[in-house]
Design a protein around this ligand. Structure first.
Ligand code: P6P
Length: 338
């Protein structure tokens, strides 16, 4: 009856989070309440994204966000939903969103002890063509509730939890609270995320590299050499395949499940790369490390970075342990030559 038990013993994300909580006897459940509000936000956005084409939500909201990108209605909607869900949880004191130039400070009585950094709808330029997009989030503990912006500028290694929700052919939430990585798939008929990918481990090496080859002329030496090796392996092995969606959640999700490496390097055009430290680089690096992989900035371990600004960017190389090790060696060799 094991198979039946599996089918009828539904491990919902709510149950999973409460099980995690029971491992911390002194916990009062604040973290579980916070996570459940994030899950609620993901369910809402999943529904809105799936209806977008019909609900004419697609199209420009007219405004532009702090990144100077045209803001689409779903961006605005998703951001509002997450900000409200996080504040109403009564467990946050600072919110940093990709969509908001300034951090949001939560005042009493709804103030709590967590800082949440998030991109409510990453990859949103892909909304109109139906490519998978996603929400990315990370959670820090804040010791002094009279929080300042410095409480949001913590190194990624301080994160208590990180995750993403991918809105694609199915809606999948991938989460780590520091004890490995688990994947939950939304069952729309139940309105529940069900554990479908327990204890995800990234393969030690992969046959896929994921980068925007259109930036090749701007790459530095080590990146150019690494990509060259992917295409023309010196050891006579077969070349790697290129897979690049252009939506970070989709590219990282595939890397996590199939192995390989995702790269958004620095280049002459963007010396700090394009991806944002707090709510893209850190959460994805946290997950990849928890799954047994590595995340590297070209100089240091990504999670050791200490951001100075909430919308700071960083180059990122993340994925299978051995693949990232190769590019680390190329950067170290270049460093030694200088
Ligand atoms: P490029 C989407 O706009 C995004 O922020 C990430 O989701 C994605 O990985 C990256 O930008 C794609 O950037 O320059 O390759 O189009």
């Amino acid at each position: 009856h094991a198979a039946d038990a599996h089918r009828t013993d539904l491990m919902t994300i709510t149950r999973f989070v409460l099980n995690e909580q029971s491992k911390h006897p002194d916990s009062k459940g604040d973290f579980s309440i916070l996570l459940n509000n994030i899950v609620l936000g993901c369910k809402f956005v999943c529904s809105a994204v799936n209806k977008a084409g019909l609900a004419k939500l697609i199209g420009l909201a007219g405004d532009t966000n702090v990144q100077g990108e045209e803001q689409k209605k779903l961006d605005v909607l998703s951001n509002e939903v997450f900000v409200k869900a996080l504040i109403s949880s009564g467990r946050t004191c600072i919110l940093v969103s990709e969509e908001d130039e300034e951090a949001t400070f939560v005042s009493p009585p709804l103030r709590g002890k967590y800082c949440v950094v998030f991109d409510p709808l990453d990859g949103s330029s892909n909304i109109d063509c139906g490519v998978s997009i996603g929400t990315i989030f990370g959670i820090y503990l804040v010791n002094d509730l009279e929080a300042t912006i410095d409480d949001a500028l913590q190194p990624g290694k301080n994160m208590l939890a990180a995750g993403y929700c991918m809105y694609g052919s199915s809606c999948m939430l991938v989460l780590s609270t520091g004890n490995g990585v688990n994947g939950f798939t939304l069952d729309p008929s139940l309105g529940e995320f069900i554990l479908t990918h327990p204890d995800i481990k990234i393969p030690k090496t992969g046959k896929i590299y994921s980068v925007n080859e259109g930036n090749a002329k701007n790459w530095d030496g080590p990146t150019a050499k690494y990509i060259e090796n992917c295409k023309f392996p010196k050891d006579g092995s077969s070349p790697k395949s290129l897979r690049y969606v252009g939506s970070m959640v989709a590219d990282v999700h595939r890397t996590l499940l199939y192995g390989g490496i995702f790269l958004y390097p620095a280049d002459r055009k963007s010396p700090n790369g394009k991806l944002r430290v707090l709510y893209e680089v850190f959460p994805m690096s946290f997950l990849i490390e928890q799954a047994g992989g590595q995340a590297f900035t070209g100089k240091i371990r990504a999670l050791d970075l200490v951001p100075k600004k909430i919308h700071e960017r960083s180059p990122i190389f993340l994925g299978s342990y051995e693949d990232v090790e190769e590019i680390k060696e190329l950067y170290a060799a270049a460093q030694n030559q200088n």
